[in-house]
Design a protein around this ligand. Structure first.
Ligand code: C2O
Ligand code: CU
Length: 489
């Protein structure tokens, strides 16, 4: 087309237009990758790390023409990267300046159910919610996003999402790149559609019961982004914060990278691979090695969704999407070799054939039930390890996420898990008719009346009710009843 590249009025950055797609359909990367501001909070009198988040509407100049109305934390789009270390007690004051009730859920965090930010902790307009908990889990890349029942998809799509990095107080294994925004970079990937007025279009391409699939990929809210690489090795913290799309990331020249972490923390050892697939909600930390002056594109290839032909067609599975260009400087800071050992492998369960609970995902339900705020589906005894089996049985792709814990994958389709599933997980893709077994344990205090959620993290499915509730009880005790809020706080 003859469209021209327009200068961004606000920041003099160059904006992406159709002219930036060459004849081979490849995007030219013209916008410097935005890096969410790092927020390490402040210390209060009792040594707690205190964060303040403000949920509010905003706007962003994402494309030529009108600014895009957005929602977000603090900045009006996405949110700061919160960062704290294991052993610390954190407080997050979340003020809702939106026009409707929301919640903020700490995805992947182990914390008491009343702090979890699910649908049972609504924050009404004008109110401030101040959950507090002690961080007690391995270093990991977590994230936060709203979870109001039936509206999670809308709130996330409008821009409510941020990263939460948990550090190890010892600093973790030496040798991993760790300079935030320089060689340790958040990569929050979301696909969007825009309407004729540059608004996020939540309604179009709601395809085949899968949810909204976008034709434009944003990283940290940037379209067609590049990142200036200044070190030999760069760690990318990949977060699939999309509503429905599954990505299968690789590098444009096919070179391998090191997968060093997944949802719940570092892998036992770096795993060299050339692909990592992430369904919505999943994270991966990868380390990419580059030579001076080269350019490399982080690209998403058609995902492996399962044996079903029309499933992949329906989910945009045929799409190859360019996500982020990495531009190496003529001189790169030397990076140390990666450590051979990263973390203790998860060891809470063994594949001895026992299954304590089974979750069948089909027809927007789990085990033939639609989510009900007033129904507790089961109780789990505190401190007891259970084996859960998850299986998708309909024709749509699904994944499975459980709140308040992390799990160890015991088997996938009866076989030992592949290397990328050998670290801690909290969200896992469930290919059609492939049973997945995980070992899970809840160490936090029992609260028989406040539920945690388990659900499909394709947000349209979750909002349709493909979700359930469980509570953690003292051993031998029965679940109670959830106290229902009116949804306005
Ligand atoms: Cu990412 Cu129930 O959430
Ligand atoms: Cu689903």
């Amino acid at each position: 087309t003859s469209a021209t590249i327009a200068a961004c009025a606000a920041g003099a950055a160059w904006l992406w237009t159709t002219s930036d797609i060459d004849t081979a359909g490849t995007i030219r990367f013209v916008n410097r990758l935005a890096v969410p501001p790092l927020d390490t909070g402040r210390r209060d009198g009792s040594g707690r790390r205190v964060f303040d988040l403000r949920a509010a509407v905003g706007s962003r100049r994402l494309r030529p023409g009108r600014p895009t109305p957005t929602w977000g934390f603090d900045n009006g789009h996405l949110g700061p990267t919160l960062r704290a270390a294991r052993g610390e007690t954190v407080v997050v004051n979340v003020r809702n300046e939106l026009t409707e009730t929301t919640t903020v859920h700490w995805h992947g965090m182990h914390l008491p159910a009343s702090m979890d930010g699910g649908p049972h902790q609504p924050i009404r307009v004008g109110a401030t919610w101040s959950p507090s908990w002690r961080i007690d889990q391995p270093a990991a890349t977590l994230w936060y996003h709203p979870h109001p029942h039936g509206r999670t998809g809308q709130h996330v799509y409008r821009g409510m999402a941020g990263m939460f990095i948990v550090d190890d107080p010892s600093g973790g294994p030496p040798g991993l790149p760790g300079r935030y925004g320089v060689d340790d970079v958040p990569v929050i990937v979301q696909d969007k559609n825009f309407d004729g007025d540059n608004r996020f279009d939540e309604a179009s391409r709601l395809i085949g019961g899968v949810g909204v699939l976008g034709d434009t990929v944003l990283v940290n809210g940037t379209i067609a982004p590049y990142h200036d690489v200044t070190a030999e090795r760069t760690r990318l913290r990949l977060l699939n914060a999309s509503n429905a799309r599954t990505y299968r990331f690789g590098l444009s020249d096919g070179r391998p990278f090191a997968l060093v972490g997944t949802d719940g923390g570092l892998l036992p050892a770096p795993h060299t691979t050339d692909r990592i697939q992430l369904s919505p909600g999943e994270r991966a930390e990868i380390v990419v090695t580059m030579r001076p002056s080269e350019r490399l594109v982080l690209r998403s290839h058609p995902p492996e969704l399962g044996a079903d032909f029309w499933t992949s067609r329906l989910t945009g599975g045929d799409d190859t999407l360019d996500v982020l260009e990495l531009r190496a400087a003529p001189r790169l800071t030397p990076s140390p070799a990666l450590p051979g050992v990263l973390a203790e492998p998860p060891r809470i369960g063994s594949a001895d054939g026992r299954v304590d609970r089974r979750f069948e995902l089909a027809n927007f339900m789990i085990n033939d039930r639609v989510m009900d705020m007033s129904r507790i589906d089961f109780g789990v005894a505190r401190g007891v390890t259970e084996v859960w089996e998850i299986v998708s049985t309909d024709l749509l792709p699904h994944n499975f996420h459980a709140h308040g814990t992390r799990f160890q994958v015991l088997s996938v389709g009866g076989a030992a898990p592949p290397p990328e599933l050998r670290g801690w997980k909290d969200t896992i893709y469930a290919p059609r008719q492939v049973p997945i077994r995980v070992a899970v344990r809840f160490g936090d205090q029992a609260d028989p009346n406040t539920p945690y959620m388990f659900h499909c993290h394709l947000l349209y499915h979750e909002d349709q009710g493909m979700m359930g509730q469980f509570v953690v009880t003292e051993p031998g005790r029965s679940p109670g009843r959830p106290a229902l809020h009116d949804g306005h706080g």
